[in-house]
Design a protein around this ligand. Sequence first.
Ligand code: ADP
Length: 390
Amino acid sequence: MNVLVINAGSSSLKFQLLDVDTREVYAKGNCERIGIDGSFVGYESIAVEGKQKLDVPLPDHKTAASYVVDIVQATGKDFIGIGHRVVQGGWYFPESKIVTDESLGWVREVAPLAPLHNYAEADVIEICRELFPGKGNVVVADTSFHYNIPEKAHRYALPRDVVEKFHIRKYGAHGTSHRYIWRASKEFLGDDLHNLVSCHLGSGSSLAAIKDGHDMDTTMGLTPLDGLIMGTRCGTIDPATVCFLMREGGYTIDEVDTMMNKQSGLLALSGISSDSRDIEAGIANGDPNCKLAFDMFYYRTGQLIMEMAQSLQGFDAMAFSAGIGENSPTMRMGVAKELEWMGVKIDEEKNAIRSDEVREISTPDSKIRVLVVPTNEEYMIALDVAELLG
Ligand code: ADP
């Protein structure tokens, strides 16, 4: 059963055509720099040899989507429907839902909570309904997995009328990835796994506390700014810092927003880059700021893993995933060392292995089993589409 998965950002449109039964990918690619000079479509497909790059103007998402139509049609594969990754599902998507006029309206209604993503995603859903007539569309929201975490975990200690009026709560993010990480970890560990701390560590990073497939807590909050130190995001800080900077520093609200989302995190700490590879190279050259950036990343990640463990009342395993979690033995070891006091031990040789497979990297006597799980959000989205439209 084939599904087309679409992941639209404010200036990009990623796509993947895959078979949910065999997991075979027939075409995948990314339309980049939509609405910006230097736009192009990069893709691979069973219809052509090797990686392709079309240097074409992409003034808007509709133009980008028309290239996706051509690329998908060239594979000669039909598909049952289209799954759309939506960053913020708000209070309307406790699970994935088929797109109707009403549910499309919901994606826009909750867009103020994720303005850079939801508006573009809603536009692209509308475009797909037009360009692929007769195909069903499904919204798969990144927040769904976190929707049913207990109230004590998702409620903010703010006045009730404010919380209710503005729908303020912990929504979390990366839910589709955490759901996949649970699934793959359970397949790997079987009955040995009940409580998992899922560690999605990429340029955006979050943890989830998962008990028998149900999310109990997560580190991102109302927005994806909360929690861990990320590539360019500061993660949790005293919220009064915002008021202080505005009152005493003369910053506008937009300047503080940009500072905390785009100019902070590993980039600000290292002073050179948001990419962990550059920072690792900086450490090798003796740069103390790069060392501090990694030390803080380990410290905060270790602390928040313990926070997740507390909400699970103990854990059997933790799983590293996403760009850093899957590819950086140094970062995995650094985080694990923070947890050595409570018996987490990583085997250096296993940790050094590079692979696309789920694998265990803890020592046999480690109190917690440590896995590396390459995430696959597209597959998870496709599974939801197969379930709803198949
Ligand atoms: P996102 O999807 O949130 O944009 P990714 O999950 O792709 O981010 O993670 C991107 C980050 O992963 C990069 O910034 C880099 O720090 C890290 N990363 C990717 N590949 C490697 C690698 N081979 N070694 C170390 N770190 C890596």
